[in-house]
Design a protein around this ligand. Sequence first.
Ligand SMILES: Nc1ncnc2c1ncn2[C@@H]1O[C@H](COP(=O)(O)OP(=O)(O)OP(=O)(O)O)[C@@H](O)[C@H]1O
Ligand SMILES: [Mg+2]
Length: 263
Amino acid sequence: MSKTKVIAFANNKGGSGKTTTCSNVGCAMAMLGKKVLMIDGDMQLNLTISFFDEEKAYEFAKGETNIYRAIKDERDLSDYIVETSIKGLDIIPSTSLMSSIEFDLFAKWQRESVLKKCLERVRAKGYYDYILIDSPPTLGGWVMNVMCASDYVVVPVEASPWGLFGLANMFDFCNQAKSMAPNLEVLGIAVTKADERKKYFKQTMETLQEMEGARLFENYIRVDSTVEWAQDNSQPVVAFKKNSRSAKEYMELTKEIMKYANR
Ligand SMILES: Nc1ncnc2c1ncn2[C@@H]1O[C@H](COP(=O)(O)OP(=O)(O)OP(=O)(O)O)[C@@H](O)[C@H]1O
Ligand SMILES: [Mg+2]
């Protein structure tokens, strides 16, 4: 069996911290000496621009090197990988054409497993320790592909009232995915943009702790503008400001994720 673990970052709630978490966890894993491939599965290109300036991101998007091309033509993903400036960290970029992926998938044979099949050879080579997939804020056929290609799902949740609203739909969707991918496991909930000064934060954590069937990661990420400054510089905060509070929080969360994903 391949040693490569595939982890999806998914939540249908927009702005819950999926991309920020995916980029920082991927970068932290690479900084810890792991070989990591990230896949930008969202038409917003946010994961791609976490590592490249806009000009370079548009070059990938307009050219052939992006996830849309690979899925549409059902190609081996090995040919769509580009290196980032971080040692050990590679990415398959996205494109705004991902807006029509649902339409393209519709006519395909075994349409929930297209990504899984395209990823088969990359997994079989066993070069990567982890493959991380960033998802769009939807629960359709494409995110079902992401689930079916993954071993684990990490669900980033914003510590706010609306951050929790709709979470049940997300877990129902994971259960549906399990009927097609029985080994899929919800690895845990990662709380992001936490503000400990707010009374509501404590209540959020209590609600999440009491939720059955999903682990709440002990390490959470507090709200911090350093995260945004890092993004403005096309870098995850763990690389941009290694000694910042956010970088340390992401490093700890990454170690926790790796601990559970390697059991
Ligand atoms: N710890 C943090 N502190 C401050 N701002 C943050 C933090 N984490 C994320 N953000 C900001 O919150 C916004 C949403 O984060 P992000 O893009 O990661 O969420 P998302 O779930 O990927 O969104 P989408 O559903 O649109 O893909 C971004 O503008 C990001 O800069
Ligand atoms: Mg995103």
